[in-house]
Design a protein around this ligand. Structure first.
Ligand SMILES: [Zn+2]
Ligand SMILES: [Zn+2]
Length: 375
């Protein structure tokens, strides 16, 4: 991007933020510590559209009125077609309050062909999706977005909005390789491509209510012992390559180098379910599941946690949740850690193609853990 293009791009970003503010809905305006008005819903169904793996033969179960559905046969007219799995996550969130329903797509997997395949096979109606959320700036969560929009933009709302955690989601990232000092391409979430699809981007640095049903945590404070694992780096080597606004970063960070990724703008997506409490969806959870839950509690004013869902990709975080810790390789290489983290989404929600309602038994066993680690 040339300097001129970048200035135009930043002006366009500012115009979008202004448009959001004019509509009475700007995440930036919500940046104060004042609690938001968190909506209460009656029911949440989480459908896993993409995950690292799934168990095709997972049987549904009902425990104490709790319903969990496995992926089922999910066959198309073409028997050779099957659910795809790949590194990444995509969750369809269907919420209900009385007769009012909302459908939100959280994250988009790594590649769009796999996501689109599963959307078709699971008979998801993309025309029902009303809002998009991206959890953080990792390609296994945003990689399928543009292809998804290429395929379905016509059936999605004209005023479709992508709720991102902040500028940091759009930074160019690189990843470590086996050779010290050498880095691999980590990808960039390109706002120009999103804007070309006539999708408005809202930066949710502060807690944001989405579609009157969900809320995001905004920027998550780091108050627990959890630490971000050093799995990717943000490229500050060139302003031209950065893709994101440097304004959030310190002078020391802008020394023209690759900086360990702190996921400044990772945010969690949450729901408050009537009579049950919070459901906190961490997606990757780089900033820590305890931090994420505490942030959700703080911004909502709701202490009771009904469920967590998603990754636990932080140092120490998984150790604080012994019953859910399947990650024995926490201190091992990045490639082990991240997939393991995503398996937790499968642990909680059943894997690609499965449905987990708010009464899901796997979800149900989380509150005990969380209440133990929360002050
Ligand atoms: Zn990630
Ligand atoms: Zn991830």
């Amino acid at each position: 991007m040339s300097g001129v293009e970048r200035r135009e791009f930043l002006k366009a970003s500012a115009a979008l933020a202004g448009a959001a503010a004019a509509g009475g809905f700007s995440c930036i305006e919500l940046a104060s510590a004042a609690p938001i008005e968190v909506p209460t819903i009656d029911k949440l169904t989480v459908r896993v559209l993409m995950d690292q793996q799934h168990d095709q033969f997972l049987r549904g179960s009902t425990v104490n009125g709790v319903v969990h559905e496995g992926p089922g046969p999910a066959r198309s007219a073409d028997a050779r077609n099957v659910l795809h799995n790949e590194w990444g996550l995509s969750l369809l969130l269907e919420s209900q309050r009385e007769q009012e329903q909302r459908t939100t797509l959280l994250d988009f997997g790594y590649t769009s062909p796999a996501l689109i395949n599963n959307i078709g096979l699971l008979k998801v109606d993309p025309g029902k999706i009303q809002a998009l959320i991206v959890s953080h700036g990792h390609i296994d969560h945003y990689g399928g977005l543009i292809g998804f929009l290429n395929k379905y933009r016509d059936v999605l709302p004209a005023d479709l909005t992508l709720y991102a955690g902040g500028e940091d989601n759009f930074c160019h990232r690189v990843s470590r390789t086996a050779t010290p000092g050498q880095f691999g391409e980590g990808g960039t979430l390109d706002r120009k491509e999103i804007a070309a699809q006539k999708v408005k981007t809202v930066l949710c640095e502060s807690p944001t209510v989405i579609q009157g049903h969900a809320f995001t945590t905004g920027k998550i404070k780091r108050t627990s012992v959890e630490r971000v694992l050093p799995n990717t780096f943000v490229d500050y080597s060139s302003r031209e390559n950065a893709s994101c606004d440097y304004g959030h970063y310190t002078a020391a960070e802008l020394q023209g180098k690759f900086v360990p990724d702190e996921h400044v703008h990772e945010h969690a997506t949450c729901f408050n379910i009537r009579g049950k409490g919070l459901v906190v969806i961490s997606s990757c959870g780089h900033v820590g599941i305890v931090n994420s839950v505490q942030q959700a509690q703080e911004v909502s004013g709701v202490r009771k946690v009904h469920a967590i869902l998603g990754g636990l990709s932080s140092r120490a975080g998984a150790r604080r949740l012994p019953q859910t810790n399947r990650c024995r390789g926490e201190e091992a290489g990045t490639r082990r850690r991240h997939p393991d983290a995503l398996q937790r989404a499968e642990l909680f929600a059943g894997g690609a193609g499965s449905n987990a309602s708010e009464r899901d038994p796997n979800l149900h066993r989380q509150p005990t853990d969380l209440q133990r680690v929360s002050p």
